[in-house]
Design a binder for this molecule. Structure first.
Ligand SMILES: *[C@@H]1O[C@H](CO)[C@@H](O)[C@H](O)[C@H]1NC(C)=O
Ligand SMILES: *[C@@H]1O[C@H](CO)[C@@H](O)[C@H](O)[C@H]1NC(C)=O
Length: 354
C-alpha cells in the first residue's frame, strides 16, 4: 500500500456522493488518506463539543466517499468510535457499526447510538453523560482498504477543586488520589481541566496529582513559597512521579449533579455523627466536597454557615463576598478537619433525585 496520509488545510470534499461534484472548503483541517487522490474523507464539523454530567451530546462526524472508487452501495462501511487516553497508544472501544450490526462497549452500553442524520453521517450520540466520558474521541470510517479518521474533544462544564483528606497534606499516592476524588463525587482532573481552571483564576500553592500521572499546581499570583515572586503566572509542573510511592494532594473535577444541595435548618449545632444522622432523618445524605463545589460554582450557592461534609471537613460556600463571609473572594471556604466530637457546626445535605 503506497497510501499517503495527508494533512491538508484546504479540503476538497464531495458535496454529494452520487456525482463528481465537489465544493471547496477553506476553513477546516482534515485528515485524509490518499492514493492517487482521496477516496474517503472523514471530518468533524467541530473540534470540540460541550455538555455536562447527565446531559446528552452528539459528537459530529461526516464522511465523504468517492463513488468511482467504491460504487454506490454503502452497506460495507464500518464506523468505529474509540476514546483516546492520555497514553497515546491506547484507545478504548466505544462503539462499532457495520450495516445492521452494532456493538457498544463497557460503560457505554445502552448509552450510545449513531445519529444517522444522513447517509454519510457517522455522528455518535452519547446519553446520560458521566464525568468519565470527558476526553477525546476518534471517529474512524473504514471501507475496503481505505480509512479516515477525525478527532473530537468532549468537554464538560464543571469545577476543579484541590483536595486532601483528613490525614492531611501530601498523603495520597496516585491510586488513593483517584479514589479520594471518586469518594467526593468527582474524578481526578485532567491537565486541560486544571489549565482552564487556572485561566479562570484558580491559584493553589500545593502540588496535586492529575489524571495523566503528573503532579502540578496552578499559580495566578506568583509569590515566594509558590515557585518565587519574580516568576510568571502559570501551572507549575513537578513532572511525573512514582504512582505508588510518591504522595501529594489531588485536583478533582466535578460537574452538574441531579439532586438538591442544601444547608440543613436545625435548632442546634451538631457533632459529625449527629450531622450524618440529621441528613438521613431529612431523607438525604451528608453532602460530599464535590457537591459543595458544584453548587457554589454552577448554581451560585451562597451560605455563610460552616457545615460538616461527608469527609469530616467543615466548609461554607460564598458566591457574594462580604464582611465576615470571605470578604476578598468568592470561594468555598475551608474551616478544617475539626475534632468530630465538636458540637460547633451545622451540616450540608444532598438529596439525589431519582
Ligand atoms: C455541480 O453543481 C452545480 C451547482 O449546484 C450544478 O450547476 C452542476 O450541474 C453540477 N455538476 C455536476 C457534474 O453534477
Ligand atoms: C437524553 O436522551 C435520552 C434518550 O434519547 C432521553 O430519554 C433523555 O430525556 C435525554 N436527556 C436529556 C437531558 O435531554
Amino acid at each position: 500500500m503506497k497510501s499517503l496520509l495527508l494533512l491538508v488545510l484546504i479540503s476538497v470534499c464531495w458535496a454529494d456522493h452520487h456525482s463528481d461534484n465537489y465544493t471547496l472548503n477553506y476553513d477546516r483541517v482534515i485528515h485524509m488518506q490518499a492514493e492517487n487522490g482521496p477516496r474517503l474523507l472523514v471530518e468533524a464539523e467541530q473540534a470540540k463539543v460541550f455538555s455536562h454530567r447527565g446531559g446528552n451530546v452528539t459528537l459530529p462526524c461526516k464522511f465523504h466517499r468517492d463513488p468511482r472508487a467504491f460504487g454506490s452501495g454503502i452497506h460495507k462501511i464500518r464506523i468505529k468510535w474509540t476514546k483516546l487516553t492520555s497514553d497515546y497508544l491506547k484507545e478504548v472501544d466505544v462503539f462499532v457499526s457495520m450495516g445492521y450490526h452494532k456493538k457498544s462497549y463497557g460503560g457505554y452500553q445502552g448509552r450510545v447510538f449513531l445519529k444517522r442524520g444522513s447517509d454519510n453521517d457517522a455522528s455518535l450520540t452519547i446519553t446520560d453523560l458521566t464525568l468519565e466520558d470527558y476526553g477525546r474521541y476518534k471517529c474512524e470510517v473504514i471501507e475496503g482498504l481505505e480509512d479516515g479518521t477525525a478527532v473530537i474533544a468532549l468537554e464538560l462544564q464543571g469545577v476543579v477543586f484541590p483536595y486532601f483528606p483528613r490525614l492531611g497534606r501530601y498523603h495520597l499516592n496516585f491510586h488513593e488520589a483517584q479514589q479520594a476524588c471518586l469518594d467526593q463525587d468527582a474524578v481526578i482532573a485532567s491537565f486541560d481541566q486544571l489549565y482552564n481552571a487556572w485561566r479562570a483564576g484558580l491559584d493553589w500553592c500545593n502540588a496535586g496529582w492529575l489524571s495523566d500521572g503528573s503532579v502540578q499546581y496552578p499559580i495566578t499570583k506568583p509569590r515566594e513559597p509558590c515557585g518565587g515572586q519574580n516568576t510568571v503566572p502559570g501551572i507549575r509542573n513537578y513532572g511525573f512521579w512514582d504512582k505508588d510511592k510518591s504522595r501529594y494532594d489531588v485536583f478533582c473535577f466535578t460537574s452538574n449533579f441531579y439532586g438538591r444541595f442544601y444547608y440543613l435548618i436545625h435548632p442546634t449545632k451538631l457533632t459529625y455523627d449527629e450531622a450524618v444522622q440529621a441528613c438521613l432523618n431529612d431523607g438525604a445524605q451528608i453532602a460530599k466536597v464535590g457537591q459543595i463545589f458544584a453548587a457554589w460554582k454552577l448554581l451560585g450557592y451562597d451560605r455563610c454557615d460552616a457545615g460538616w461534609l461527608a469527609d469530616g471537613s467543615v466548609r461554607y460556600p460564598i458566591s457574594r463576598p462580604r464582611r465576615r463571609c470571605s470578604p476578598t473572594e468568592a470561594a468555598v471556604r475551608f474551616v478544617g478537619f475539626p475534632d468530630k466530637k465538636h458540637k460547633l457546626y451545622g451540616v450540608y445535605c444532598f438529596r439525589a433525585y431519582n
